[in-house]
Structures are given as C-alpha cells and as structure tokens.
Design a protein around this ligand. Sequence first.
Ligand SMILES: [Zn+2]
Length: 442
Amino acid sequence: MSAPALLQRCNNIVVNDYNTLSADHGAVTKQHGTPDTSHPGGSTPPTRRPRGPHRHHAKRAPSPPITDAQRMRASLARLPRWTQPSWTWLTGLALPLEEPLMRWTPLGRTIMTLCVLVVAVAAAGTAATAGGAWWLAYPPAALIVVGRLRWLYIVGGHFATHGTFVKVRNALAGDIATSLTFTQPFATYEREHARFHHSKRLGTAQDPDSKFIAGLGFLPGTALRVLRRRLLFTVLSPAFHWQMLWSRLKANLTAGKAARRLAPFVLLTLFSTVAVRLDLLTGFAFGWLLPLTFGYNISALLQFMSEHRWFRLRQAGESPRTHNAKLTFGRFLGDALPQEGGPSGAIWLVRLLFLHLPARVAVLVGDLPQHDLHHLRPKGDWANAAFTRRDLIEKLGDKWPRGQDDEIHGSLFRMLDEVLSGLSEREPLRPEEREELHRPPR
Ligand SMILES: [Zn+2]
C-alpha cells in the first residue's frame, strides 16, 4: 500500500483490520528507508518481525480485537514519521511495527531523569526569581520537576521493590530515591507492595491504599457528582496536603534503619544550606520545595485515583484471575487526530498542550500508562514499556486478558471518571468491609 493510501485509511479512523494496517505501516517505513536499528550491523531485516505480505502467513496467536485506544494511536500515524516516537511516548502506545529509536536500560532512564530534574529545578527557580514575563516559564518547569520527583518514587522506588530498578543493590537505590523525595522508605514500601498490591487483596478493604481512599471519602455507592466534587476539593484542601505531608514525614521518622531515617533530613539540610549560601532561597523554594510538597501530593492523588478500579467486586462467573486483571486498565493519553481543515483541529491542539502533555509530564510518568502490563508481568522490561506491552499482546494474542474497557484513552479526567464511576455504581460497603477498613493492615 502506498503512503497516501495508508494515511487515508488512518484519516478515516476506521481501522477494521489493525493487523493489516500494522503490516502496511511497516512496509511504508521500509520504503522510506528507515535504518534498521534492531540488531548490530543493521542492514539485514530482523527475523523476529516478518515484513509485508509474509507477515500474514507468520505463525502466531489469534489477535485480540482492536480497541478504541489503538484506533486513536493509529490516527496519529498520519503525522510525520519523525514525530512518531513522541506520540508513542505521549500516548504510551507503540505502533504495531514501530521500532524504538533506542532501547533504554533502567540505568539510562535513571540518569536521564536526574539530569532533567536538575535542569528543571534550575529553570523553575530562575523563572520564579527573575519575575515579570519569566513567570510564564514557571508552570511547565515546575510540572517537569513534579514529574521527575514522582518518577523517582513511583518508578525508581517501585521497581526497586521488584528488584528491577538497578541490577544490584536495589534496596540502596530504592532508599536513595525515596530519601530524595521524602517518601516511604524502601523496607516498608517493599513489604506493603508485595503483600497488598500484588496479591488478591488489591483494591479490597484489606488494601492500605483502599483504606486511604475510603479515608478521603471516596466510598462505593456515592453519587458520581459528589465524588467528582470531592476530588476537586481534595486537590485544593489544606487538610489533604497536611495529611499527606504528615504521613510522608512520619514514614521517614519511624521506618527503616537509622541511616535511612536520617538521610532525607540530611539531604534537605544540605540543599537548604547551599541555597542560603548562594542567596538562592526564593529559587529553592519555588524550584524544589513547592513541587516536592504540594505539587507532589496533587500528582500522587491524581495518579492514585485513576490507577485501579478500587473496591471492584468480582462479577458472577468471573475467575479470580480475570477479576484481578479488571482491577487495572491501561491509561493512554491523547485524542484521535481530526480531519484536516476542520475547527476541531484547534481543540485537538489545545487539549494536547494543556491536558495531555501536562498529565504525561507530571502525573502518568514512566510506565504508568502501561500499569496493566506491570500487573501481568511485574518483572517485565519497564524501561521500554510501550514496546514491551505491544510485543506481549502480539505474543499472547487472545490470551491477553484485555477488552475494550481495559484500555481507557483520552484525558486524565476520563480515566479518573472511570474509577469514580465504578465506585459510584457499586453497592455501598458491606458490614464486613466497613469493619475491615478500621483494622490495621495485616
Ligand atoms: Zn508493582
């Protein structure tokens, strides 16, 4: 198929046969002479992925049905080829035959995160200090700081608990990441994560995360409009921020070894002293402290409230495995590309710049869009999650426990609504669940 014909097909966003589109896209890519970077030397096509018509005859598992999220991603294939890695990053969905620009290692991701963090802190601090029109640069820079700090905990610290953050000394790496971000130490994070998050307790009243959500007033059987309003108020509520800051402080004062308990306070004192000595206190407050406290709290809440279908009950005839899979869904930011020339193009651009991009930068960081993959393969290649997930779907075919409702795409608000709607539609908590909420985690 020629490139214009492919683009026309994407343009219509009626992808009846996603796999055919996939093969055609691959063929177009080769026609345009994309260097093959999938193996050393690079001139021989990879044997792992048959190209063009041969692909149709390749022996593989039956494919699951194409989802709306994949249609959305396919529509973006109309945009220039050199922009495709950016769309893959933003949406969290790789095109079927897309090859990554490079394969990331966990260490590479970590070094990149630390470099971006340093530059963003400097930029946010400078913008806040310079004043005037420079303030316009503050929000994007501060969002990047928030996102990188969250990354250190929710990606770095998290995968340290799975032993895959770094090759060796994951406990030490996890403690450094959680000390920098003033969050739960590695030891308690690891214990709670294995015991509750990756177990049949996930999302039940036994799960400390569910207890936390219930404590904020997000209870099953509550009207959707009430839950939405509650989320908005919680984001702005001083009580919520105080609760979060206190729990982060307490976790650092009471858990872990003495050295770990000291580390976050030593780091904070060190950073503050340097800021005072260099007369950069305002920049430090806006570039580091504000994102670390209020920004971090808001990002964590929005991530948390869209992460799982909390309190979901197992449906009649549903296996425990399916129920467990349904607790998590993929979160893919982005809208389908509209037809050229229409007024909706401006809306698409505004939503991209002011909704999806900030959400990806500051909330759904790292592999969070593919959190469903993580629950299926907790030790999978998280550093290249969009490609890992795509390849696993291809490998498992219809054995991948996935349906239309397992891939939510659009804005972060839609993903939050998915969870809030589930809470709203569920029956109120049963007496035994209420009792369990008040018990300490066990
Ligand atoms: Zn995990």
